[in-house]
Write a protein that binds this ligand. Sequence first.
Ligand SMILES: *[C@@H]1O[C@H](CO)[C@@H](O)[C@H](O)[C@H]1NC(C)=O
Ligand SMILES: *[C@@H]1O[C@H](CO)[C@@H](O)[C@H](O)[C@H]1NC(C)=O
Ligand SMILES: *[C@@H]1O[C@H](CO)[C@@H](O)[C@H](O)[C@H]1NC(C)=O
Ligand SMILES: *[C@@H]1O[C@H](CO)[C@@H](O)[C@H](O)[C@H]1NC(C)=O
Length: 449
Amino acid sequence: MVFFSRHQRRGLLAPVIAVLAMTANAAVDGNPLATSDQQTLDALAIKISQDKSFPVLTAEAKAAYKTAHGLPISEEASSSLDAAIEELAFSSIQKAVNSDSYFPKVYWVDAGPRNWFGLDVPGGRYSYDNPDCIYRTIPIDSSLSYIITGYRHGAGPTDVTFSLISDPNSQNTVAHLSGSDLVVNSDGSYTITVNSTSADNQANHIQSTSSAKQLLIRNNLGNWGTEKPDNLTVDLVDDTSGQSAITEAEIILAATWNLQESIVDYGVGALGIKTSLNKVNTLSAPSQSSTLGTLTTQASSFGHFDLADDEALVATVTQGDADYFVFPLTNPWIITSNPASQVSLNSKQAVANTNGTYTFVVSLADPGVYNWINTTGLHEGTFMVRWQGLPTSSSSSTSSTSSPAVEVQVVSLSELASVLPSETRYVTSAERQSLLAQRVAAYAQRTEF
Ligand SMILES: *[C@@H]1O[C@H](CO)[C@@H](O)[C@H](O)[C@H]1NC(C)=O
Ligand SMILES: *[C@@H]1O[C@H](CO)[C@@H](O)[C@H](O)[C@H]1NC(C)=O
Ligand SMILES: *[C@@H]1O[C@H](CO)[C@@H](O)[C@H](O)[C@H]1NC(C)=O
Ligand SMILES: *[C@@H]1O[C@H](CO)[C@@H](O)[C@H](O)[C@H]1NC(C)=O
């Protein structure tokens, strides 16, 4: 975990140790993410990123992101662009190192920088990484047959989805298995088959089509302290082709292509069309779609903010039919700044109003409200609110009470109390520190083993 310098970590250690004793400890039965395949792929991605820096494409990416953002671009926003594009370039390499469908591995991607296995792994976040979500990939070829073996810890993550996608960048879904349809054995184990055979009435089967390229698995953790991602491994079945593994030159070609597509999909698409075209300090009406990495069972709302030191954005979220929602804040280049800071809250972490809605306050200064979202010093940034586990047939544009919704207003901090519900839960600064220490410790479990 390298979100904190060594010096900062020392200061945090005491509350962290106290809280670790209370939360599920990853060391008890191993960290599902700290696998030898993960170590192999992280090491390979680092090696390739050291050999190959994509100067032309990263320059192109910066230009595209700036255009998508629109003028003016403040110094504050400019200051985080280079780092965001470096993460985008590393994500393109991470996608490429696990693209060999004859030698499939399970790879955790789209995460912040970390130190583990003696490796200094750079961040590879892009396009609205969700701090709740463990994203893992498995390369798939429809002419081959795969068995995925899973193991669920306790009740498991709050939301689980297996999306077979046709392109690791645009992430269009071609087939889908949702967590609610997954059959898990009483001992927590499960297997999923992926091949081109149709198996209409068989549980845990995903039928691949000729356009399938990758299985993208999302494990959304609602309660970070107690929920663990599932164990996942993959085996290729009955392959007698004797195919040799893809070469480093092929991986670099794939990474180049990924970065090229990412510029269009995330720069022009996610940042430009989905986000910047909205009026500042508003959120678009929640909408369901199956493109750009969103799920068919998901509704999303995009927006960007511009707040003064003494202003707050107040958002009221209606959960509707969703099993889970998350309200995450991202920097101007649509990646999280420091997930261990309170930059997001989900429906399990936040406190609800008595009528079931949730009121969030987004501001630079801590207003002492339980459901505060810390901008981490940013005056400008972006949001992608997500509701998951929705029925696919539900229409997002109807105004029925079960539809997800979000309403936003900006007020000065001095007026904040007057616009917040009288039932708003406040915290003392000691409570804030303790909540934050719990969050930091829970987040750190992802890379402890
Ligand atoms: C789950 O994965 C962890 C870490 O690799 C391992 O220690 C544990 O034995 C696994 N559990 C099962 C049931 O496979
Ligand atoms: C494909 O999956 C189906 C459904 O699980 C299974 O019955 C069949 O044996 C698999 N095919 C191969 C070639 O493994
Ligand atoms: C808000 O986030 C910043 C940046 O991560 C951090 O330094 C600060 O301590 C956070 N404030 C609180 C009250 O958590
Ligand atoms: C639900 O309660 C909140 C907070 O008390 C209030 O702001 C909101 O208008 C209420 N919504 C409905 C639909 O009653």
